[in-house]
Ligand binder design. Structure first.
Ligand SMILES: [Zn+2]
Length: 381
């Protein structure tokens, strides 16, 4: 009798947990590194089972015709400022699996981190408050934030942010405002690196960009775009040798330049084609380029603007496949994000099904995509 009950339970349990395989047939897969054409992409529950040209049979599988479509790994926006949970939800519905916040308050950042386990929200990462001095960039928004001064050392500031949950450290060097001293810069980077945190810096001039590179900052939150900021070969070599990455944020820089032209101070900045030439030079020099928009500045959204950013990067002369990496693999690697990686068997079934070939024409991302997170299709509102 006991045996019978045991058997019955076993059957009942397996019936409950039974989910069919999902097989996306004849699809192209960009796994984050390389392309696999005309393969079958199979996942079960939350895990990728296979990416293979073999027509293996999966009994009872749910079949999706993937002909003419491409599977790509999760997109990420590497420079935003998240205001509320709805931003994270909208992002995920558009295939943006993570938003990297580049200056917030500790309270807001920690309120947003509560969505991180949810299936229907993009993952939220944040620097929390950025490192700045009194009168420095970040202090102009009439929000009370700690600043590095006689009472708060750079090292203590970094320790406080990490204690408050910061995923990385952001610092700001804006040439039109008060700036961190070389000593403070060095102390911030040293304290962050000692605790295995990346450091991303806001700049607008080329000389500040070089200064940050020389202080071993990991990445720039914008490309240089002030008047006269034209990098020569030695500057590019310095960026590359210091292993710097760049999040150009062309979306927001384009708006800054447009608005300057309308208000009669265009001469403060490079022209937009000049900025695009700087991005192309950085890419050609082997500097990793990461996609970010700086939403919601200039009312940029958390969703489709990332596709526009990628189209702007392509217009700089970056090949489509490299542009796709700028919004996926480059971000996973440069920020060492444990939650994101290549699409391989046994990895989490987080992916996007795009009609078309975004690796050949990035604007195919604008056609309605389908998104799966942990093997569950994310539906639009
Ligand atoms: Zn920003």
């Amino acid at each position: 009798m006991k045996k019978l009950i045991g058997l019955f339970l076993l059957v009942a349990l397996s019936a409950c947990s039974h989910k069919p395989y999902v097989l996306i047939q004849d699809v192209t897969v960009f796994d984050g590194e390389s392309l696999h054409e005309n393969v079958n992409f199979v996942f079960l529950d939350s895990v990728i089972i296979g990416i293979s040209p073999k027509k293996k049979r999966y009994s009872g599988a749910q079949i999706i015709d993937g002909k003419g479509m491409t599977i790509i790994p999760p997109l990420i926006n590497a420079h935003v400022h998240v205001r509320e949970g709805e931003n994270l939800k909208a992002a995920l519905q558009h295939g943006v699996f993570a938003l990297m916040d580049m200056f917030s308050t500790d309270n807001r950042a920690n309120a947003l981190r509560q969505f991180n386990d949810s299936l229907s929200y993009a993952r939220f990462y944040s620097s929390n408050v950025g490192a700045t001095v009194p009168g420095g960039h970040g202090t102009q928004f009439r929000v009370s934030i700690p600043t590095i001064d006689d009472d708060l050392s750079a090292k203590q500031f970094v320790n406080d942010r990490i204690a408050a949950g910061a995923d990385y450290i952001k610092l700001t060097q804006e040439h039109s405002m008060e700036k961190l001293s070389p000593q403070q810069l060095g102390d911030i980077v040293q304290a962050a690196h000692q605790q295995d945190k990346k450091v991303v810096g806001h700049i607008s001039t080329l000389s500040d960009a070089l200064d940050l590179a020389n202080h071993q900052v990991d990445g720039l939150a914008h490309i240089w775009y002030r008047q006269g900021a034209i990098a020569d070969a030695s500057a590019l070599i310095s960026f590359r040798n210091n292993h710097l990455f760049i999040i150009p944020t062309l979306s927001v820089i384009q708006k800054v330049i447009e608005s300057a032209a309308q208000n009669g101070y265009a001469d403060r900045y490079l022209s937009f084609p000049q900025v695009q030439a700087e991005v192309r030079k950085a890419y050609t020099a082997g500097i990793p380029i990461l996609a970010g928009t700086d939403a919601p500045n200039y009312q940029l959204n958390y969703t489709t603007q990332l596709y526009e950013e990628l189209i702007l990067l392509k217009a700089c002369g970056i090949p489509d496949l490299a542009v796709l990496k700028a919004a996926t693999t480059n971000i996973y690697q440069q920020f060492a994000l444990p939650d994101f990686g290549l699409l391989h068997p046994n990895s989490m079934a987080n992916f996007i099904l795009v009609p078309g070939k975004p690796h050949e024409d990035i604007s195919d991302l604008k056609v309605r995509m389908r998104v799966w997170k942990r093997g569950v299709e994310v539906l639009g509102s």
